[in-house]
Design a protein around this ligand. Structure first.
Ligand code: CDP
Ligand code: CDP
Length: 224
């Protein structure tokens, strides 16, 4: 019999560990890793490179619909091209980072991204990380996790990452930017960051990455 396609939803605020944990879980279970935030960042990047103001919803939506999007799997992860280009590093740059939370509140952007994410099940079983995966994208999944950690710990994790990448950021600025994004993400009208009904909450403030990965893998295997 064909094994049923599974979707593991990993939601939570910025720097709660979603990416690192989801990649680890995907590698251990042989599932495809999906970074849903990359799509919101891709829409933002496309708008900026087409000269659209990220605050101008109509211009952002027009640039998004005019582009040619393709999804494919590479090295165990689902990624995409926009008009033939595959942005990776570009998605993490400052102009995109600062505009993405505003772009992600646009209802047409959310509809486009949510529908695109659902089609990825055609590639196989997924570990998808984001803000609304358990609440909106795959609400029927039995495998929903909500990762959290204290804001100070999350800001410290992000700060260490930026310093390691050679970026000249100040710790208090990272804290401010993270708080601002948390606020926008949790209070927006469309699909705010919430703990999905039935989600398993994990506070990773004092857990190692491996401990969080094992908690999720154990819960998925125990439930299969
Ligand atoms: O890596 P980080 O957690 O900082 O952000 P990300 O996952 O790359 O997501 C970037 C932004 O996209 C978030 O701040 C949200 O505004 C938005 N996002 C969303 O609205 N819904 C998702 N499922 C994923 C991301
Ligand atoms: O995807 P998200 O923004 O939620 O977080 P991430 O990029 O996976 O994690 C942010 C940073 O925190 C990474 O450098 C992780 O290695 C680190 N981290 C940690 O130190 N301990 C954890 N339990 C989880 C993540």
């Amino acid at each position: 019999m064909l094994e049923q396609v599974k979707t593991i939803a990993v939601d939570g605020p910025s720097a709660s560990g979603k990416s690192s944990v989801s990649k680890g879980v995907a590698a251990e279970l042989g599932f495809i890793y999906v970074d849903s935030g990359a799509l919101y960042r891709g829409v933002t990047w496309q708008a900026i490179r087409k000269g659209a103001d990220p605050q101008d919803a109509k211009a952002v939506v027009d640039a998004m619909h005019a582009a040619d999007w393709h999804f494919f799997v590479q090295d165990g992860a689902a990624i995409f091209s926009i008009d033939g280009d595959v942005p990776v590093q570009e998605l993490r740059e400052k102009d995109v980072r600062e505009a993405v939370a505003d772009v992600a509140v646009i209802p047409e952007v959310r509809t486009f991204v949510v529908e695109s994410l659902r089609t990825l099940k055609n590639f196989g079983s997924l570990v998808m990380e984001g803000r609304d995966i358990g609440s909106v994208v795959f609400p029927d999944s039995p495998y929903k996790f909500y990762l959290d950690a204290d804001p100070e710990e999350r800001a410290m994790r992000r700060y260490r990452e930026l310093v390691a990448a050679g970026e000249d950021e100040k710790a208090h600025e990272v804290m401010e930017s993270l708080k601002k994004r948390d606020q926008i993400d949790s209070t927006r009208k469309t699909d705010p960051l919430v703990v999905a009904p039935g989600a398993h909450k994990i506070d990773s403030t004092s857990m190692t990455l491996d401990e969080v990965i094992e908690t999720i893998v154990g819960a998925v295997k125990g439930n299969s």
